[in-house]
Design a protein around this ligand. Structure first.
Ligand code: PLP
Length: 355
């Protein structure tokens, strides 16, 4: 959070204007700042990342099947299914847990209309191979980039890839607007359509041409986003130090695989996942989680279960063909990570794990 004073100063004009939502001054300022920061033509703001993803998929008028990863937050799969589309789950890569492009091709059918990959943990997908496949088979690509705000691949903003990219500004993410999110497009018509969907499908008050929803970002959220954007680089630098400390303490231990930085990527250090393989480590992921919890440390099983194994989907869709994703989901734990986490606390967490 910004300081109380900074936020109060930011929202003070709202008590004069009394303009609380529906694309007010703070919304417009935040949007402009994001478009500059992300180097993208359109960053359409939403009240959360999930609706930004749903609206992006709807704007592309997809049909039939969508190839996606089950190793993600449940929102990704819900956004596909709530658009009346069928998710087809593809396995992930062993090194960075993003969708395995070499396994996508075998899943493409005449009904496939799009690929929805996820830059999970801020690990950038194989954007080049995915683009090649999309071009060859005439598929749309929508990135769930909820974990990858502010990241760059080969010097290029992560918002530049695919037909659309969605970011989440939820309170738990590296960058927040309390709740919020955006959908990024380079195509003008697509952006216009997403804006209409965001506001009940209205292009003007008379022209309701889409079956829309209410996904608008309010002024207080936009003001929080404006404040937090000022401090983002500093936050990421602090998070980098926490990650490096974890790596120093835990590297080279048998049965532990640590998150490691990808080449040519500017990371935002959004998560620090650790894979615990019982054979080598001696304790299962669940046992480690329990021991940490008994000591007041809340690590999270991101992402367990696989979305394909969620109660609402497990009977409905094929979910046996992603063995690697299943293995990772069963053994991974993300350790506490935030800018103000002290070196002493990181050391204490690591000591508990290693003991
Ligand atoms: C957080 C998250 C979302 C949803 O974003 P909200 O802003 O919480 O709606 C979608 N996908 C992934 C991978 C996420 O982590």
């Amino acid at each position: 959070m910004p300081s109380f004073e900074e936020y109060i100063k930011e929202i003070e004009p709202l008590f004069e204007s009394k303009w609380l939502t529906n694309m007010g001054a703070k919304h417009n300022e935040f949007k402009q700042k994001l478009e500059d920061y992300l180097c993208v033509k359109h960053a359409e703001l939403f009240c959360n990342g999930h609706l930004a993803l749903e609206a992006s998929l709807q704007a592309l008028e997809l049909t039939g099947e969508v190839i996606t990863t089950p190793f993600t937050f449940i929102s990704t799969t819900h956004a596909i299914v709530r658009n009346g589309l069928t998710p087809v789950f593809c396995d992930i890569k062993e090194n960075d847990y993003t969708i395995d492009p070499d396994k996508i091709e075998g899943l493409i059918t005449e009904n496939t209309s799009a690929i929805v990959p996820v830059h999970v943990y801020g690990n950038i997908c194989d954007v080049k191979k995915i683009e090649q496949l999309a071009n060859r088979y005439n598929l749309k690509v929508v990135y769930d980039a909820a974990h990858a705000f502010a990241e760059e691949y080969e010097g290029k903003s992560v918002a530049a890839f695919g037909d659309a990219s969605m970011f989440s500004f939820h309170a738990t993410k590296v960058f927040n607007s309390i709740e919020g999110g955006c959908a990024c497009f380079n195509d003008d018509a697509l952006a216009e359509k997403a804006r209409a969907i965001r506001n009940f499908g209205m292009y003007t008050q008379q022209d309701v041409l889409e079956i829309g929803t209410n996904g608008k970002m309010n002024e207080f959220s936009a003001a929080m986003g404006i404040c937090n954007l000022r401090h983002l680089e500093e936050e990421m630098e602090k998070r980098r130090k926490v990650v490096y400390r974890y790596q120093q303490n835990l590297k080279g231990k048998a049965g532990i695989t640590l998150w490691s930085e990808q080449n040519n990527v500017k990371h935002s250090y959004s998560y620090f996942p650790v894979l615990f393989e019982q054979g080598g480590f001696g304790k299962s992921r669940d046992e480690v989680e329990q021991i940490l919890q008994k000591n007041g440390i809340y690590a999270r099983k991101y992402f367990y279960p696989l979305t394909s194994g969620a109660g609402c989907y497990s009977e409905k869709y094929e979910n046996s063909s992603t063995p690697l994703a299943r293995h990772v989901a069963n053994n991974i734990l993300t350790l506490p990570l935030y800018a103000d986490l002290s070196v002493e606390d990181v050391d204490r967490i690591c000591k508990l794990i290693l003991e």
